[in-house]
Design a binder for this molecule. Structure first.
Ligand code: GCU
Length: 718
């Protein structure tokens, strides 16, 4: 009896004290600093807080510090009007903080610019107290600085000699939500849309503020609320008041709201007989609409537009160019300081040219034709967010028009919610790629003005559908602030903030994250293959997909035949290489110099041809598929080894998803290898892991309809 009581009491205590690691807090958990020496250092360095919370952004900074320091230091830090002792944290701008105005920070603040911040350990006037100063030119910079300081504490960095000046590389750091007004999310794998349109504007979910906090913590400063496949209703008064309500919540966190503009809106909600961008009535309608939007949302950011792409309306419906369409909207927004982000994701099944070449053919002649408040938004690769593509040649071709790069955080083609795939290595690869436009040393990062990330956020409790998917949201924001950050550094920060600072956790988890993208490339589309997934939902393998629109089928891209596999894009084929600047053009065109990881993107290669490795193409392909599966198994073993060091909630969740990933990596490997074998007629090498099923079995696999997403189960055979 006594023993039972003791056990129950122990359970109650541990249950009561245990954090629920349900993922809601993201990387802003603010758990007590575990390293006792660091904790003592931080407690001594931060004993009071001096911050004038007059404006909403400064109030947000103060709220975050109170929350963060309470959690990290495990005690309340009192707020004072002016430094009274050693160990003061002073936060503000020269305008709102007399203490900061008195410090010699002018040069550093110039470097910090409008959004950046300075963090320094130094003595402040009024008694010569030692202080940490977070200073900025604008309130938003102070908030970013606060998040940076909290990150230093979360990652247990030393505060000794603190001297940071940080400014974002890009002024546009945007999430693009592909959210529909009915609450569904196109390519969303984390539940329904966050935006509860029916309840707005009167009722606002507390999540809106936490969403804004999370974004501000990584420097994101804009959100496009609606799907690129747009609905004109968002531009009606009934919706604009709702948008304004969201903008009010986001504003203190420096986040501007943007909307997608449906090109045919003048017809659909304006009662006009046309949406021709050169028609005076249409132009007047958009100008009046922009005035109306800015009356409701004075800091509205502007429009994102998908036009004449995959069936969306656009200026070409009226025989006008993309520039005519974009400029009309730009003219409507210009008096208010708004911008247009016009997407370059265009391809037509009526045009015989290789699909991946059409965007350059369409847009390059228009370089110089766009208004100054238009940016062309270009996906990272010329196709569509594949596990690996070369960078889009538009980054080199558009030399005068400002560009945005669009990345897809939501992993439509990379295992969606379940597969652990850390995307920073992929983004690092494209940001650092040299376009050679106009000569060497012109990397993609230097060619763009901002990053847009297709959000992976929904109303799931954990926001992103899985613990590790959160790391991709985090990495996107960090790279939009500083595109030269390394994937390894970002992974380490995220792991320390989210999971643990214990090096026995950090090292293996970072290693898993860094290996994960190449693993997915290997088991899905190795050696430069692309677009080999099942039709429609894009989950699982479908290299045999044919029929319907040719340029959306797998066979269009793999070109497998009895001779070999791969798309000849050299001058003997589609000549897509011509869209790259020399020497890339020649490098990609030659079998001797094309990188192995893009081989089949640019070349049709014989099954038995020898590659640089000495293996035949057939052997090399099989090696890569197997390597993908092996890496996932290694990730499983690595994770299993962390059972004692990671909380049970997250340990089990990740373990379960890795189990799915391993089964599905085999599914990709076996379905692909068997399909290629039906062309190569070559045997699987002795000792190669035998496929689980026949090719017919994989081809006949049907995905059961799922309210969240379709998922085929390659094990039970759904
Ligand atoms: C992909 C995606 C679509 C999306 C499109 C786009 O093709 O599958 O859902 O609408 O990209 O970026 O416009």
């Amino acid at each position: 009896m006594k023993t039972l009581a003791v056990v129950l009491a122990a359970l109650l205590v541990s249950g009561g004290g245990r954090r629920r690691e349900d993922g809601y807090e993201l990387w802003l958990r603010y758990a007590r600093v575990a390293d006792t020496a660091r904790l003592a250092e931080y407690r001594a360095a931060i004993r009071e807080l001096v911050l004038t919370p007059g404006e909403p952004t400064m109030q947000a900074a103060r709220d975050e510090l109170v929350l963060g320091l309470n959690g990290l230091l495990g005690r309340r830090v009192p707020v004072a009007d002016a430094p009274t002792r050693d160990g003061t944290l002073v936060v503000g701008t020269p305008a709102n903080s007399p203490a900061i105005a008195a410090l010699p920070l002018a040069a550093a603040l110039r470097e910090a610019g409008p959004d950046g911040f300075v963090i320094r350990a130094l003595p402040v006037r009024g008694g010569g107290h030692h202080a940490i100063v977070v200073a900025a030119n604008r309130d938003i910079g102070a908030l970013y600085g606060v998040f940076h300081l909290l990150r230093l504490l979360q990652t247990e960095e030393s505060l000794a000699g603190l001297d940071v000046v940080s400014a974002p590389r890009y002024s546009l750091r945007l999430l693009n939500h592909w959210d529909n007004l009915d609450g569904t999310v196109e390519r969303g794998y984390a539940g329904a849309s966050l935006w509860e349109w029916a309840r707005l504007p009167d009722s606002g979910h507390t999540r809106y503020r936490d969403y804004a906090r999370a974004n501000a913590s990584i420097g994101i400063n804009g959100t496009v609320l609606t799907n690129v496949n747009a609905n004109a209703l968002i531009l009606t008064p009934a919706y604009l008041v709702k948008v304004a309500a969201l903008a009010r919540v986001f504003r203190p966190y420096g986040i501007k709201v943007y909307l997608t503009a449906r090109f045919s809106a003048p017809l659909e909600i304006g009662g006009l007989p046309t949406a021709d961008p050169l028609d005076a009535r249409v132009r007047a309608w958009w100008a009046a609409k922009a005035d109306e939007i800015y009356r409701a949302i004075p800091d509205f950011g502007g429009f994102v537009v998908k036009a004449n792409s995959e069936g969306q309306p656009g200026p070409q419906d009226y025989h006008r160019s993309h520039a005519d369409g974009a400029n009309m909207l730009a003219d409507a927004l210009a008096p208010h300081g708004g911008i247009v982000m016009w997407r370059a994701f265009v391809y037509s099944s009526e045009v015989p040219t290789d699909r991946i070449m059409q965007a350059v053919d369409e847009f390059e002649p228009l370089d110089q034709a766009f208004r100054t408040n238009v940016l062309i938004q270009v996906k990272n690769g010329p196709l569509d967010f594949q596990p690996r593509e070369p960078f889009s040649p538009l980054f080199g071709a558009m030399r005068r028009t400002p560009l945005m790069m669009e990345l897809q955080i939501t992993k439509e083609y990379l295992g969606q919610d379940t597969h652990l795939v850390f995307l920073a290595p992929m983004w690092e690869e494209v940001l650092r790629a040299d376009t050679y436009a106009p000569g060497p040393g012109s990397d993609v990062a230097a060619r763009i003005r901002g990053l847009a990330g297709v959000a992976n956020v929904g109303n799931d409790r954990d926001w992103c559908g899985s613990d590790f998917n959160q790391a991709n949201w985090y990495a996107f924001g960090r790279l939009a602030w500083d595109p030269m950050l390394s994937s390894a550094a970002i992974a380490a920060e995220w792991t320390r903030m989210t999971l643990s600072n214990d090096p026995r956790v950090v090292r293996p988890v970072v290693a898993m994250m860094l290996a994960s993208r190449e693993a997915a490339v290997n088991y899905m589309t190795p050696l430069g293959l692309a677009h080999q997934m099942a039709r429609g939902h894009h989950y699982g393998p479908g290299p045999w997909v044919t029929g319907g629109r040719a340029d959306q089928t797998s066979v269009y891209f793999n070109r497998a035949d009895s001779i070999g596999i791969g798309f000849d894009r050299t001058p003997t084929g589609s000549n897509a290489v011509r869209q790259y600047f020399p020497p890339l053009r020649e490098r990609f065109a030659s079998r001797d110099s094309v990188p192995d990881n893009l081989l089949l993107w640019f070349h049709h290669v014989g099954w038995s041809e020898r590659l640089r490795s000495g293996r035949t193409l057939w052997e090399e392909l099989l090696e890569h598929y197997q390597a993908g599966v092996d890496t996932v198994r290694w990730m499983q073993r690595t994770w299993d080894g962390l059972e004692a060091r990671v909380d049970a909630d997250r340990f089990r969740r990740v373990q379960g998803f890795l189990r799915i990933q391993e089964a599905e990596a085999r599914w990709w490997r076996d379905a692909s290898a068997l399909y290629w074998q039906s062309f190569s007629h070559l045997p699987l090498p002795p000792g190669y892991e035998a496929p689980g099923h026949s090719l017919d079995w994989y081809r006949q696999l049907h995905c059961p309809p799922d309210p969240r997403k379709p998922r085929c189960d390659p094990v039970t055979g759904f």
